[in-house]
Design a protein around this ligand. Sequence first.
Ligand SMILES: Nc1nc2c(ncn2[C@@H]2O[C@H](COP(=O)(O)OP(=O)(O)OP(=O)(O)O)[C@@H](O)[C@H]2O)c(=O)[nH]1
Ligand SMILES: [Mg+2]
Ligand SMILES: [Zn+2]
Length: 369
Amino acid sequence: MSKGLVAWGWEPQLEEAYESLGLSEELCLPGRILSQREDTFTVITEEGIKWAHPAGVLFHRCTAVERPGVGDWVVLAAADCEISEEEEEISVTHSVTHVLPRKSCFVREAPGGRGEAQVVATNVDTVFVVNPADDINLNRIERFAVAILSGGARPAVILSKGDLVNDGRLEENLALVSQLVEGLTVIASAHADDDRLAAREAVSPHLQSGKTYALVGASGVGKSTLVNALLGESVQQTGDVREGDSKGRHVTSFRELFPLPSGALIMDTPGVREFAMWSMGEGVRQVFGDIEELEKRCRFSDCSHESEPGCAVRQAVADGELSQRRLSNWRGLREELEENQARRDRRQARRERSQFERKKKRDKRFSRR
Ligand SMILES: Nc1nc2c(ncn2[C@@H]2O[C@H](COP(=O)(O)OP(=O)(O)OP(=O)(O)O)[C@@H](O)[C@H]2O)c(=O)[nH]1
Ligand SMILES: [Mg+2]
Ligand SMILES: [Zn+2]
């Protein structure tokens, strides 16, 4: 039935998941979230674009990670009445009632340090980390790779603004970044700022029809410029970087999924200042597996790899087998996650305590009657 959705990445397992819900075809409609503004989703369905709010029940039932986000396959139900959003001149006619199982979910910790998760992109096959070729940040790329792999997607890197460095430096950086993760695809986008054709030629061969891709990275690295180059027209607004430090001005403020003429789908995302980890999962083993193997050979099982005798990790650094940079980045990640967990535990404890206090008050009132 959902043939028209295949171009948007609809797959047999989605069909199965949708069918197994046993919903009425008359009342419900599957679709994919293309963008989100506040709590209004733009959803592509067999019947074209629909606008929807999340159903209240969905909001209460789901954790932050489970709530619908851009890239998600969802089920829409017709809302009781048409809700008109005058400013946007759109008509919200549906509500999102279900989120279908995801094949991947790329999450970070929401800015503000309150211990909340933020879903960046779901159902993405490959997440491209965009990093300017003249300012390579290996630690950042590595952190992104851990989070992307943990979320079940494949990481790849685009070295943007290749025109700002000479060919020798570009080659060097390409080699350096390729070593970060086994089998990592690294694309050099070496073209002048306004040469869209060259940008398209550099990236297009890595995109497959029917697959979904996302671009992530700091502000001003050229994500939206690449999206425009791939689309062949200026759909996304782009902005100048600051004179002094080449930092961007956070031009893109919403995540949005675009269909490319080639049949692939690409998501533009807002630039991130700091990439805070949410969870490391499987990704850390894929990026830092060598250190985890070395660790097993330390004399003490709880070795902190600081000053203990018989430390295999420090020995590997001394022998030049492991770089101090990678060790520090791995250590930083682990510490960050321990702090995150402690913060989440404290939040949970606070929540339970206040629930308990409320219940105590209620019981007291009740017993006075
Ligand atoms: N020299 C050069 N400049 C580029 C290239 N790609 C993008 N730029 C410039 O970099 C600036 C920022 O580009 P954007 O595409 O807006 O960057 P962004 O990553 O989308 O930034 P945010 O939306 O803020 O996250 C613009 O002035 C672009 O013209 C490139 O390949 N070479
Ligand atoms: Mg942008
Ligand atoms: Zn050790």
